[in-house]
Ligand binder design. Structure first.
Ligand SMILES: O=C(CO)COP(=O)(O)O
Length: 246
């Protein structure tokens, strides 16, 4: 079974109308094949990006709540994303977990509700520096994934993003060996806790200071099935990252 290479661009809270136009034309002019490309603009720009972007590129929300509608000021539901032609959502990003205090359980409820609505989910996991230094990397990642597997049986619309927190926005990318080791452990975890078929089919992508210079070597790792890119997704080098596997 071959897993289609998957590259996500997480714009985080960046951009303006002008920047969005620039990024959309960069993406519409990009050539690529045999790779799934998904970009995640801030919520306010989702609709414009979906309208302007070529249909071979999917669009993702950066977050969505676990309720369809109601008195939840400031939130957006998976149903609303779907209604606007947005087929993906990033959930459990470390910035959501750390800055906005989202627990493993809240992230898991969001993943379940988004999947039930028919969205694809980029589910993020990853350890902090002190957790890595304490030898807790896989314990943390498995704990985060178990919260999801407690609620979700079908992983066919989940892409797992392994994003070590110490590598996010720091310029300190994981080495290919560090990424490969954790991805391999996640795949074994999937095999034991979900199913061998899910382990074989699920894309496990890496995020954290990926750029045009380091993407090729990382893409060569057998268990690195793509990337979730932050800062470099706002630059022309994102097109090189999309084509990293070639
Ligand atoms: O958090 C990330 C993607 O979700 C990674 O961010 P950077 O690529 O800026 O390190």
């Amino acid at each position: 079974m071959t897993r289609k290479f998957f590259v996500g661009g997480n714009w985080k809270m960046n951009g303006s109308k002008k920047d969005v136009n620039t990024l959309v034309s960069m993406l519409n002019n990009a050539t690529f094949s045999d790779v799934e490309v998904v970009v995640a603009p801030p919520a306010l720009y989702l609709s414009t990006v979906r309208t302007e972007l070529n249909s071979n590129i999917e669009v993702a929300g950066q977050n969505a709540y676990y309720v369809s509608k109601g008195a939840y000021t400031g939130e957006v539901s998976p149903e609303m994303l779907k209604d606007m032609g947005i087929n993906w959502v990033i959930l459990g990003h470390s910035e959501r977990r750390d800055i906005f205090r989202e627990s493993d359980e809240v992230v898991a409820k969001k993943v379940k509700h988004a999947l039930d609505t028919g969205l694809g989910v980029i589910a993020c996991c990853g350890e902090k520096l002190e957790e890595r230094e304490a030898g807790q990397t896989t314990a943390v990642v498995f704990r985060q994934l178990k919260a999801i597997s407690d609620l979700v049986q079908d992983w066919s619309k989940i892409v797992i993003a392994y994003e070590p927190v110490w590598a996010i926005g720091t310029g300190k990318v994981a080495t290919p060996q560090q990424a490969q080791d954790v991805h391999d452990s996640i795949r074994q975890w999937l095999s034991e806790n979900v199913s061998p078929a899910a382990a074989e089919a699920t894309r496990i992508i890496y995020g954290g200071s990926v750029n045009g210079g380091n993407c090729n070597e990382l893409a060569g790792c057998p268990d690195v099935d793509g990337f979730l890119v932050g800062g470099a997704s706002l630059k022309p080098e994102f097109v090189n990252i999309i084509n990293a596997k070639i």
